[in-house]
Write a protein that binds this ligand. Structure first.
Ligand code: GUN
Length: 295
C-alpha cells in the first residue's frame, strides 16, 4: 500500500509546537517574534500566499507586518522599505514575495535583506552557509527544508545512502534541496531540462524530488517501485470535469499513476505546500531567538 505523506498534518504539528515556543519567547523577550512580508503589486496568487503567511504568523502568536506596495513602486522605494525593516529591532524576519515586477532587480533586493533576518534563506550568505554546512548560523530555504522532513516521515530520520534525484535546478528549490539531502548523507543527482534520458535516471531514485514547475511532467512509469516521491510543484490547470471555467491544482508528478507504484508520495495540495509555511515560521522564531539570544 502506498503511503500518502500528510504534509498538512505534519505542518500542523510543527506550527502547534511553534505556538508554544513563541509564547515562551514572548514571555522572556517581552515582545512576540515578528515576521514582515513585503508584496509589490497585485498578483492574485502572490496576494493569497502573503495573506496565508500573515494569518499563520498571527495564529501561532507572532506579530505579523504586511506591507503591500503598488506595482509601479520604484526600486529605490523598495530598497528604502527593506533598509527600514533591516534596522527595525522589532522585526525579526523579512520576506519579499517573489516574483517582483520586471523593473526591479530581484537579485539586488535579495542581497539587501539582512542575512540574519532572511527567513527565505535566499541571501548568498545563507546559501553559502548551507553549502558549507554551517547550520548553526544559516537560515534554510523553506520548501527544501520541508521536503527533507516529509522524506523522513516516510523513511525515518536516517536518510544516509539514499539516492535522491532532484528534478529542477532553481535557486529557490532544486539547488538548496540537493544541498540539504547531501547534508543528510544522501547520494544526490540534480536533473534538469538538458538531462539525457530523464525517465531512466528518475527510475534509479530512492527519493524523487520534483521541482520543475510543469504540471504532471513526471510519469508514473518513471518511478522505481517503492520509491518516495516528494512533489514540490503547485500548478493550476483547467478542470473542465469540475464544470466550465473551473481549475484545480496539480503537482509536477502524475499523482494518479505514481501513487500506484511509489512506496510513499506527497499529494498536491496538502503535501509540500503547508510545510513551506511551517518552515517559514520555524525560521522566523529561529531568527528571533538568535537576535535576542534567548532560546
Ligand atoms: N514566491 C513563491 N515562492 C516563494 C517563496 O518561497 N518565497 C518568496 N519570497 N517568494 C516566493
Amino acid at each position: 500500500m502506498t503511503r500518502i505523506i500528510d504534509g498538512k498534518a505534519i505542518a500542523a504539528r510543527i506550527t502547534d509546537e511553534l505556538a508554544d515556543k513563541a509564547g515562551r519567547f514572548t514571555d522572556i523577550a517581552g515582545s512576540a517574534p515578528c515576521l514582515a512580508v513585503v508584496l509589490v503589486g497585485e498578483d492574485p496568487a502572490s496576494a493569497v500566499y502573503v495573506r496565508n503567511k500573515g494569518r499563520m504568523a498571527e495564529r501561532i502568536g507572532f506579530r505579523s507586518v504586511q506591507n503591500t506596495l503598488a506595482a509601479d513602486t520604484s526600486e529605490a522605494d523598495l530598497i528604502a522599505e527593506i533598509e527600514a525593516l533591516n534596522t527595525d529591532p522589532s522585526v525579526n524576519g523579512i520576506l519579499v514575495q517573489l516574483p517582483l515586477p520586471a523593473h526591479i532587480d530581484e537579485t539586488k533586493i535579495i542581497e539587501l535583506i539582512a542575512p540574519e533576518k532572511d527567513v527565505d534563506g535566499f541571501h548568498p550568505i545563507n546559501v553559502g552557509r548551507l553549502n558549507t554546512g554551517d547550520f548553526d548560523k544559516a537560515l534554510m530555504p523553506c520548501t527544501p527544508a520541508g521536503s527533507v522532513i516529509l522524506a523522513k516521515d516516510a523513511l525515518g530520520d536516517d536518510l544516509s545512502g539514499q539516492h535522491v534525484v532532484v528534478v529542477g535546478r532553481s535557486n529557490i528549490v532544486g539547488k538548496p534541496a540537493a544541498q540539504l539531502f547531501l547534508a543528510e548523507n544522501c547520494t544526490v543527482t540534480i536533473a534538469h531540462s538538458r538531462t539525457k534520458d530523464l525517465p531512466a535516471l528518475v527510475k534509479t531514485a530512492d527519493i524523487v524530488v520534483a521541482a520543475v514547475g510543469r504540471p504532471e511532467m513526471i510519469k508514473g512509469e518513471w518511478i522505481k517501485p517503492g520509491a518516495t516521491v516528494i512533489d514540490v510543484g503547485i500548478n493550476r490547470v483547467d478542470a473542465p470535469e469540475k464544470g466550465e471555467g473551473k481549475t484545480k491544482l496539480v503537482g509536477d508528478v502524475d499523482y494518479a499513476a505514481a501513487s500506484e507504484i511509489a512506496g510513499a508520495i506527497t499529494p498536491v495540495p496538502g503535501g509540500v505546500g503547508p510545510m513551506t509555511i511551517a518552515m517559514l515560521m520555524t525560521n522566523t522564531l529561529k531568527a528571533a531567538e538568535r537576535q535576542r539570544d534567548c532560546k
